[in-house]
Design a protein around this ligand. Structure first.
Ligand SMILES: C[S@@+](CC[C@H](N)C(=O)[O-])C[C@H]1O[C@@H](n2cnc3c(N)ncnc32)[C@H](O)[C@@H]1O
Length: 250
């Protein structure tokens, strides 16, 4: 399937404008705040690799590919943006591939696990989204795990930017369960700490203070969010979440 040029062009343009940072939030304070929460969720739900293979689907500039390899996974990072792949740092046990998820032509059952961090939500054409999920399912071995970290509120309300196709939590779950996956685990990413911290950042900027002065507040807000992420049931109120699914052997 030919990759959708609008999506690819969007990421190529972002890579030109922002370099390796193109794959994260444009706001550096927001990126740094949430990054730690995402890392904790991924480590908790996926665990160490112990030599197992992982596809980092939509690897961008390699942030998760390198971290997952550091945590014992043999990683293949694949991305639709040639520029972002070129910006990804070489690392032991990481191989990068240029290509759209839906077009990756690797053998069936190649990977023990798949990780996708805010990527599938950026496939704006539903036919490509379906083809991407089918191809991920094909490349994953039976009983393998797929972990998707995406914007997945209980209900999608309000304006959604053109570079995203927003889906509710229920839509994400049914996209995988309808393909024979079983939901294994779920956690929210950001909770009560996120709002006050970002408000303080914006106020500090208005008053001409650097974000660095808010390190203590950031640590407190993050500690709160890291704690709340472990409270069973509370995950439902999060808008960004990590869900893992197992490919059930048929
Ligand atoms: C928000 S960035 C996230 C990158 C990386 N996962 C991270 O968290 O740093 C979204 C990434 O998805 C990639 N992408 C979008 N559509 C894709 C597709 N169909 N196949 C592969 N990569 C895609 C973009 O090029 C971009 O690198």
């Amino acid at each position: 399937m030919t990759p959708p040029t609008a999506d690819r062009d969007y990421w190529e343009d972002r890579a030109r404008r922002h370099g390796p940072r193109a794959a994260g939030y444009s706001d550096t304070a927001m990126d740094a705040y949430e990054d730690r929460l995402r890392q904790s969720a991924i480590e908790r739900l996926l665990g160490p690799g112990r030599g197992r293979s992982l596809l980092d689907a939509g690897s961008g500039s390699g942030r998760w590919s390198v971290r997952m390899a550091d945590n014992g996974w043999l990683v293949t990072g694949a991305d639709i943006s040639e520029s972002l792949i070129a910006l990804a740092p070489p690392a032991p046990n990481v191989t990068y591939l240029h290509g759209a998820i839906e077009a990756l032509d690797l053998p069936a059952a190649t990977f023990d696990a798949v990780l996708s961090v805010t990527v599938l939500q950026h496939i704006t054409d539903d036919r490509h989204f379906d083809a991407a999920l089918d191809n991920l399912a094909r490349m994953l071995r039976p009983n393998g795990l797929i972990a998707v970290l995406e914007y997945a509120p209980l209900r999608v309300i309000g304006h959604v930017p053109a570079y995203m196709r927003a889906r509710s939590r229920g839509e994400w779950i049914s996209a995988f369960t309808s393909r024979g996956f079983k939901k294994r685990s779920e956690t929210g990413i950001r909770f009560l700490g996120h709002g006050p911290y970002m408000l303080a950042v914006h106020l500090a900027r208005l008053l001409g203070h650097p974000d660095a002065q808010l390190i203590t507040l950031r640590a407190v807000c993050r500690a709160l969010d890291l704690t709340l992420a472990r409270v069973p049931g509370l995950t439902l109120v999060a808008d960004v979440r990590l869900i893992t699914f197992e490919k059930v052997q048929r």
